[in-house]
Write a protein that binds this ligand. Structure first.
Ligand code: MIC
Ligand code: SF4
Length: 647
């Protein structure tokens, strides 16, 4: 039997285990990268592990999220990340260089490699034919300290592309929106999406990267494209042709399932509030008035895209009542636009150009007003993520966004009578790595600088034999890590300070949560009840560390999102699943539960008896932890457990 691309790359990196879906496999990782909002914790944990230098061939510390410097916290974090990277042998990408995923694609991603990133959109690198997986910060720290990355082998789903996109108005963004419409935000769980078919060659590397970037919204482990002539072309244009290798699946490779997409049949689509899978064709919303448009981010920031956007805006004005914000994904792109004179078309239209950073995507500036409609070429539109839970955020392709900005309303771009250039892929990008600081050899003398907001990582006590705790919150399906640990301008700067950030856990859902959790902690802690796909979205481990700090002992859900489940385990919170879904309905917020024989069940059958003292009702839940994960929970978390392996 032949092999698919995933099997080929996993096989070449396998340290232990086998490639049977659902069983643990340990992988050797070639590249690790962090960003500032998750990176401070990652690097603090790396320091706590206590080794002298990173043990992976390449690590990069990026700064892209926390860019607004309204007090000392963000700049202090930047300096910490710069000095810690220098001390332990990582590259440092200086603020201003751009968004991690975009830069990584331009300067480091390479076919056949495995990269691990502490941000859920790390799969962007899949557009390059590499396995790029997102993980929590502590997992990344462990890998940088020399451990393999362990994952339960995902199933590999084939996405077969045929035909060609109807450019200019249908873009790669519409391809992934179409897939999201078909599979929904849970559709990729436990899977890697492997793209193939004659339609692949229609897409450039940056278009492929848009698709793999937003594959994160499917809950998939990652997505990957073959590495072909177009990959070679892109690498050559980035001055890195020597890093190219061809990668295809064998003709007789096997897949768990197949999804066929005819690129010709895709029309311009839009995701409505408040979920990236709430999709309709743009034409169905024709005439809707809008207030804000945002273009850029790590999803849609290629030179070709921005050039097309410029061609739409050229000689026109942003409509009255609309604010157009543009956050270019990288300095390379920004500098190229400027040197080629293309920025003037954008500036001339009245667009507000932001620095190369995440910006409005994560509510770090650029929030829409109350009741306002914001349309973005970004990847997430969860309620409140823009910094305003009373705003309505839609997601659409960047060229459609530019059309809306000019027209002041939603309109099918094909009916707009505007024209957009379909630019050719550059054969040479502007290469200027002056904002990337290279690692040095002798670094022991380097002092790591920590501002007063940077606090130690808290750790948990190992579990006792019994958990007796209050149900502090009962939630529905698809709760995001943005719901658990909100971001935005006020909260993001607290990412290096768990006691302070823990005040905001579930803040947008119930702003008394943190206070109530502290009260319950004295009485043995608390439990959270949730529906399907708990913890989807961002990889932020703060959504596990802060609840752990507040005394959460377990989460009982119908199912979990992969990264969040690992993060819970890493911080000693037991992820438990209902055995009978109907039991979910029988629990109410405020009930007091007893989970008996925790350790015995954990190491044995992984089935646990739960007694609801308030309702006088018993039910059963289970965990699905592998041996390593059981050990982690028994130690109180990965940080306590890891030292055993490293020293
Ligand atoms: C996001 O898009 O949600 C973020 C902000 O980039 C996060 C990371 C974070 O919360 O720091 C992600 O995608 O993992
Ligand atoms: Fe930044 Fe948004 Fe991309 Fe997350 S999704 S890395 S916040 S641009």
């Amino acid at each position: 039997m032949g092999e698919n691309i995933v099997e080929k790359i996993f096989k070449a990196h396998k340290e232990y285990g086998n490639l049977k879906p659902g069983t643990p496999v340990g992988l050797r990782v070639d590249q690790v990268y962090t960003q500032d909002a998750t990176g401070t914790m990652t690097w603090l944990q790396f320091e706590a592990i206590g080794i002298e230098r990173i043990k992976v061939p390449l690590a990069v510390s990026y700064v892209d999220h926390n860019m607004i410097q309204s007090n000392f916290m963000n700049p202090d974090d930047h300096l910490f990340l710069e000095t810690v990277a220098a001390r332990y042998g990582a590259y440092f990408s200086r603020p201003g260089n751009g968004i991690s995923h975009q830069i990584h694609l331009e300067r480091f991603a390479a076919p056949g490699k495995i990269a691990l990133g502490t941000d859920s959109h790390t799969p962007t690198g899949g557009g390059m034919g590499m396995i790029a997986i997102a993980a929590g910060g502590l997992d990344a720290a462990a890998v940088m300290a020399g451990l393999p990355f362990e994952i339960n082998m995902p199933q590999v789903m084939l996405v077969k592309l045929t035909g060609k996109l109807n450019r200019p108005w249908v873009t790669a963004m519409d391809v992934i929106l179409d897939i999201l419409r078909k599979l929904a935000v849970k559709g990729g769980i436990g899977k890697i999406l492997e793209y193939s078919g004659p339609g692949v060659k229609d897409l450039s590397v940056t278009e492929r990267a848009t698709i793999t970037n937003m594959g994160a919204e499917l809950g998939s482990t990652t997505s990957i494209f073959p590495s072909d002539k177009r990959t070679r072309h892109y690498l050559k244009a980035q001055g890195r042709e020597s890093e190219w290798m061809e990668i295809y699946a064998d003709k007789d490779a096997a897949y768990s399932d197949i999804l066929e997409i005819d690129l010709n049949s895709i029309e311009p689509l839009i995701a409505q509030p408040h979920s990236p899978d709430n999709i309709v064709p743009i034409r169905e919303l024709t005439g809707t008035k809008i207030d804000q448009v945002c273009i850029g981010s790590c999803t849609n920031s290629s030179f070709q895209i921005m050039k097309s956007v410029g061609s739409i805006l050229k000689g026109r004005s942003v409509a009255k009542g609309v604010s157009l914000l543009i956050n270019p994904g990288s300095k390379q792109l920004y500098e190229m636009l400027s040197r080629k004179g293309l920025l003037s078309d954008i500036i001339g239209s009245g667009a507000r150009i932001l620095e190369c950073s995440c910006g409005p995507c994560i509510g770090m500036g650029g929030s829409p007003g109350t009741g306002q409609i914001s349309i973005r070429s970004y990847n997430r539109n969860f309620k409140g993520r823009s910094g305003n839970k009373d705003a309505f955020v839609y997601l659409a392709n960047p060229l459609a966004c530019a059309v809306f900005a000019v027209k002041g309303k939603i309109i099918d771009p094909r009916d707009s009578h505007l024209t957009a250039e379909i630019p050719r892929e550059p054969s040479q990008y502007l290469i200027n790595d002056n904002m990337l600081i290279k690692p040095q050899e002798d670094t022991k003398h380097i002092h790591v600088k920590k501002g007063p907001n940077i606090k130690e990582v808290p750790v948990k006590e190992p579990p006792g034999d019994q958990i007796e705790a209050d149900v502090l919150l009962k939630l529905g399906d698809n709760i995001t890590t943005d719901d658990i640990m909100p971001a935005g301008l006020t909260i993001l700067p607290l990412r290096s300070n768990i006691p302070a950030i823990s005040e905001y856990v579930f803040y947008n859902i119930d702003n008394t949560f943190s206070k109530r959790a502290k009260e319950s902690k004295i009485k043995g802690g608390a439990i959270i009840i949730a529906g399907e796909n708990y913890g989807q979205g961002s990889s932020r481990e703060h959504a596990a560390i802060a609840p752990m700090y507040l005394g959460i002992q377990a989460v009982i859900a119908k199912s979990f999102a992969r990264i969040h489940q690992s993060n819970l385990i890493n911080f000693g919170i037991i992820p438990l699943q209902f055995n009978i879904m109907g039991d979910y309905r029988k629990i109410e917020q405020g009930d007091r539960l007893i989970i008996k024989d925790v350790k015995e069940s954990l190491t044995g059958s992984q089935r646990y008896d739960v007694f609801n003292m308030t309702k006088n009702h018993s039910f059963e839940v289970s965990s699905n932890l592998n041996d390593r994960e059981k050990e982690i929970i028994l130690s109180g978390g990965l940080l306590q457990n890891i030292k055993k392996y490293i020293h």
